[in-house]
Ligand binder design. Structure first.
Ligand SMILES: *Cc1c(COP(=O)(O)O)cnc(C)c1O
Length: 459
């Protein structure tokens, strides 16, 4: 007899995965290699180790090892906040009157507030093992900086966070959280780096940008002894660490014999979506399932749905290695009225390839629709979602309503990547009905595409 499915599908601490799942091992066509921006040859480990930790580089380049062990000293940290809850959205199903079953994996229960802690902890653990004494990074909205500050406090590593200046002013509580955990927070651009001084000389009143903060963090890492730079999304090793999300979700669903028909995730740089779908996508590639996978992105920064599949830089200063990905061009700047997060110009190479090959669908949503869904979800399920996560909620509700129309009893799984506690300014603008939408025009997009590197690979 089938077991009654509880509202919370618990796993025990002992069931936290012991390996990460490297999806590339199952892909018949692999993503294109990372290129050195100078030589345009595939980047070597030595090239990347000047900037990143050794183990991150090894994982970044590994296309064949399916299971990569999670070290015991890291599993200990994961036990402080994992397994993350998998929740059956009984209340939402009832409110929608849908025959569909809806489940969500809630990654917002740790203090930093999002899934980003999964990779922050891993990268900090490896830095410690390598004998590094400090790390640098950048943060825009602040979730990644908060996650890194928590991880560095635990592993006793010095951390410098370059936070985009306007964000550090608009989000004082994020700044305070990062500093409470002991990290040094520098509003960017700053006079602590050549990159920062150059930008300030040209434009003293600038509010900064993610691209500029990346340049400052990388420069400091390269110039400091026993210091490296860490990144919270987009790169393949970050997706690898996030595969803990999908594996826990699959283990909990397997206990009740539940097989998702549709899996939905929001997509900024792609790390939570890639991690959530990893083990399920392997089944699809190997012909064992027919699950649909849907990426949801903001209409104001539509890397999948309106981007190009091309080699591009990760930063606006054009200093990083080149990744082949779905991109709007490193020079693309989303409209300043966009409050919903997910504002990165590019998308992880694995997901970009899966999209290109037809394994992954994508859609975009305007932010007023996203916040309608967020508030509906908060009222019905009780959890205040991050604006980013609410893109996935919107699509899950739409799919459930489609099931209501057709009478199909599909199983829908989505990623609830974080809490909205630090996003109250965005909720305030929604409540005050001053929130507006912006969809880039074809001319806006053309400007972004003009920033793509002019190299033979992009012809
Ligand atoms: C950073 C972030 C995202 C987007 O990042 P991905 O790398 O695309 O997962 C989504 N949700 C929350 C809460 C975040 O903090």
């Amino acid at each position: 007899m089938a077991k009654r499915i509880p509202t919370r599908l618990y796993l025990s601490e002992d069931e936290i995965p012991r390996n990460w799942y490297n999806l590339r091992a199952d892909m018949k066509d692999k993503p294109d290699p990372i290129l050195h921006p100078g030589t345009l040859q595939p980047a070597t480990a030595a090239d990347l180790e000047a900037v990143f930790c050794k183990e991150s580089v090894k994982q970044e380049l590994d296309e064949t090892t399916r299971l990569i062990p999670i070290p015991e000293g890291l599993r200990e940290f994961y036990q402080a906040y994992r397994p993350a809850p998998l929740i059956r959205a009984y209340f939402l199903e009832k409110a929608l009157g849908t025959p569909a079953e809806i489940y969500y994996k809630h990654e917002g229960t740790n203090t930093s507030g999002s899934h980003k802690l999964n990779s922050a902890a891993a990268q900090t653990y490896y830095a410690k093992e390598e004998g590094l004494t400090s790390l640098t990074t950048e943060t825009g909205a602040g979730q990644w900086g908060s996650a890194m500050a928590m991880a560095c406090a635990y592993y006793d590593i010095k951390l410098t966070v370059y936070m985009v200046k306007v964000s550090s002013e608009q989000k004082p509580y994020r700044k305070a959280l990062i500093e409470t955990y002991g990290a040094e927070l520098i509003p960017s651009p700053s006079n602590t780096t050549e990159a920062g001084r150059g930008i300030l000389a040209r434009n003293p009143n600038t509010g900064g940008s993610l691209g500029c903060a990346i340049s400052e963090a990388v420069e400091t890492a390269i110039k400091t002894d026993k210091c490296r730079y860490v990144l919270g999304s987009v790169m393949n090793h970050v997706l690898l660490h996030q595969s803990i999300i999908g594996q826990e979700a699959k283990a909990a669903l397997d206990k009740y014999g539940i097989k998702p028909d549709i899996i939905i995730g929001c997509a900024g740089g792609g790390s939570n979506l890639g991690g959530l779908i990893a083990p399920f996508m392997a089944d699809k590639i190997n012909g064992k399932s027919d699950t649909r996978f849907i990426a949801v992105e903001p209409a104001s920064c539509p890397s999948f749905t309106r981007g190009r599949y091309a080699y591009d830089f990760g930063d606006t200063a054009k200093t990083t290695p080149l990744l082949r990905m779905c991109t709007l061009g490193n020079g693309f700047i989303p409209s300043s009225n966009h409050a919903g997060g997910l504002r990165y110009h590019g998308m992880n190479p694995i997901l970009s390839k899966l999209y290109q090959d037809g394994y992954l669908e994508a859609r975009s949503q305007v932010q007023t629709d996203v916040f309608d869904a967020a508030v509906q979800f908060a009222k019905i399920e009780g959890i205040l979602p991050a604006p980013e996560s609410s893109h996935a909620i919107k699509a899950a509700i739409d799919e459930a309503l489609e099931c209501k129309r057709t009478g199909e009893k599909k199983v829908i799984l989505f990623g609830l990547t974080g809490t909205g506690y630090f996003d109250m300014t965005a909720y305030m603008s929604y409540n005050a009905k001053t929130m507006t939408d912006s969809i880039p025009t074809d001319e806006d997009l053309a400007k972004g595409f003009a920033s793509l590197p002019d190299i033979p690979q992009n012809k």
